[in-house]
Design a protein around this ligand. Structure first.
Ligand SMILES: Cc1cc2nc3c(=O)[nH]c(=O)nc-3n(C[C@H](O)[C@H](O)[C@H](O)COP(=O)(O)O)c2cc1C
Ligand SMILES: [Mn+2]
Length: 463
């Protein structure tokens, strides 16, 4: 009985997650004193992608540790949910499916770790918020789960946005075009009201995934916090804010109650973004921080802008494309968003062809399922979609340059992609599948699979 409740509680509580990673030998504790400006992220980058996360226990000038790396390895993430890495996208798709069919709703509680301390004075300078890249404008909140309410219907919306720290009680937020938060802000503007929001830092992956779920999986007007409940297998615990109409996450490390006055802008950027480029400086909404709640012994959670974002927003996009393609396109077996494609610009689709023409249908369906995509490559089921050289082989030997490339000009994409100036650019699909029906010249050579572990040999196999 207790076992059943163990898992959900674990996934909902970052403190418990860090302990669990430690017990599994998946936590590196940095004991040396580290400066949070550039040095911390520089060190974290050395561990990026490994199967362990990192806890900086001694951050210069602060008594709060910084945790980083929860999302940089799918192996680590999958292990936390007790799944295999390759099962992770399907597991996430199932959780979102379960939310659609049998939603569990969040509950309001009176007590929770985040309510332990409320700061008498708002001072963001007391939180060890790292400065990431050398060209960044300043410290950034990068794993901040935003909750707001539609000013018209009061239905909650959840997302993740980056925030630049301006001064002790001011942040600047980057809201991409098309985000539900933008819709809420526009509605507040029409009503002449401020928009209230809460920023919740130090949460588990169920909630992080709920906030990252694309609009195509969680349309406007649906409370995405239910997705977190689906991961936890129980209601997500919310606490009422002291100053705002919007709830905070009772089990978070930190919760900030904030407001935005529509039209009030302040310069934000540059910031090292998921593309590997800097997002440029521009006037963006100013966020006033009204109160700061936190645990008695908080840990600050940060993420790196590369693989960690691929495995959150990208993984959720991948899951959505997989889910929709499996419903719409006969023969679709697997989908992968490659790291070279920044985790969410390039979808590789594996298909077991049953009829001609579905390769191109898969391209169109993938673009529709996830608008930030710039490229889709479709391959047969004898190609390993997680192996770049295998995908290239399919393009080199099976893609017909004349009939196999689909080009869609002036389409809406992702504004951060340098080739999508003001969100508009060209999307490309590559149908690198064999012509159907198959003919022998496209057959892949096969050798017999042998076990060499018991061979009597002299000499070593070189790597
Ligand atoms: C780590 C991370 C950082 C993100 N940063 C931003 C950001 O700065 N601005 C933004 O608009 N979306 C950002 N996103 C994407 C949105 O959170 C995501 O698309 C979400 O689904 C939007 O919620 P919505 O569908 O309710 O609009 C980020 C996602 C992740 C995982
Ligand atoms: Mn939404």
């Amino acid at each position: 009985m207790d076992m059943l409740h163990n898992r959900p509680a674990l996934i909902a509580d970052l403190g418990a997650i860090i302990d669990e990673l430690d017990a599994k030998g998946r936590l590196i504790r940095i004991k040396s004193k580290v400066n949070s400006k550039h040095d911390l992220v520089g060190i974290a980058t050395e561990y990026e992608g490994g199967g362990s996360a990192v806890l900086f226990e001694n951050v210069e000038g602060y008594d709060v540790p910084v945790f980083i790396g929860l999302y940089w390895s799918r192996e680590l993430l999958a292990d936390l949910f007790s799944y295999d890495e390759l099962e992770l996208p399907q597991y996430i798709a199932d959780r979102i499916g379960s939310w659609h069919q049998n939603p569990i709703y969040p509950e309001i509680v009176m007590h929770g770790p985040v309510l332990e301390i409320i700061e008498s004075e708002v001072d963001l300078g007391k939180i060890p918020i790292p400065v990431h890249a050398l060209g960044d404008a300043g410290p950034y909140l990068d794993a901040a789960v935003v909750i707001t309410k539609d000013p018209e219907t009061s239905i909650r919306n959840t997302s993740i946005q980056r925030f630049l720290v301006i001064d002790k009680n001011t942040l600047a937020i980057n809201i991409d075009s098309g985000r539900h938060l933008e819709l809420c802000l526009n509605k507040a503007a029409q009503r002449g009201q401020d928009l209230h929001l809460t920023i919740n830092i130090g949460v588990g992956p169920g909630l992080h995934f709920a906030a990252s779920a694309p609009a195509e999986a969680a349309p406007f007007g649906t409370d995405e916090l239910g997705i977190a409940c689906a991961f936890h297998g129980e209601p997500l615990r919310l606490a009422k804010g002291y100053h705002s109409r919007v709830e905070i996450i009772a089990d978070a490390m930190y919760a900030l109650e904030c407001s935005i006055t529509p039209g009030d802008l302040i310069d934000e950027g540059p910031f090292a973004e998921v593309t590997g480029n800097y997002a440029y400086r521009e006037p963006r909404p100013r966020v006033k921080v009204i109160s700061i709640h936190h645990r008695r012994k908080p840990i600050f959670h940060s993420i790196l802008p590369g693989k960690e974002v691929h495995n959150s927003v990208g993984l959720l996009g991948e899951t959505n494309v997989l889910n929709l393609l499996q419903k719409q396109i006969p023969g679709v077996k697997d989908v992968y968003f490659s790291h070279g494609g920044c985790g969410f610009y390039h979808a590789i689709v594996q298909i077991s062809q049953v009829r001609a023409g579905w390769g191109k249908q898969a391209i169109m369906a993938a673009f529709a399922a996830f608008p930030p995509l710039k490229m889709v490559t479709v391959v047969d089921d004898d190609v390993d979609i997680r192996k770049p050289s295998d995908v290239e082989w399919a393009m080199a030997t099976r893609l017909d340059g004349k009939s196999g490339i689909v080009q869609i000009e002036e389409a809406f994409g992702h504004g951060l992609n340098p080739t999508f100036d003001d969100y508009i650019g060209t999307k490309i699909g590559f149908n690198a599948t064999r012509p159907f029906p198959f003919s022998p010249q496209f057959d892949r050579v096969e050798m017999k699979n042998m076990d060499i572990s018991k061979l009597r040999i002299r000499g070593k196999k070189k790597k």
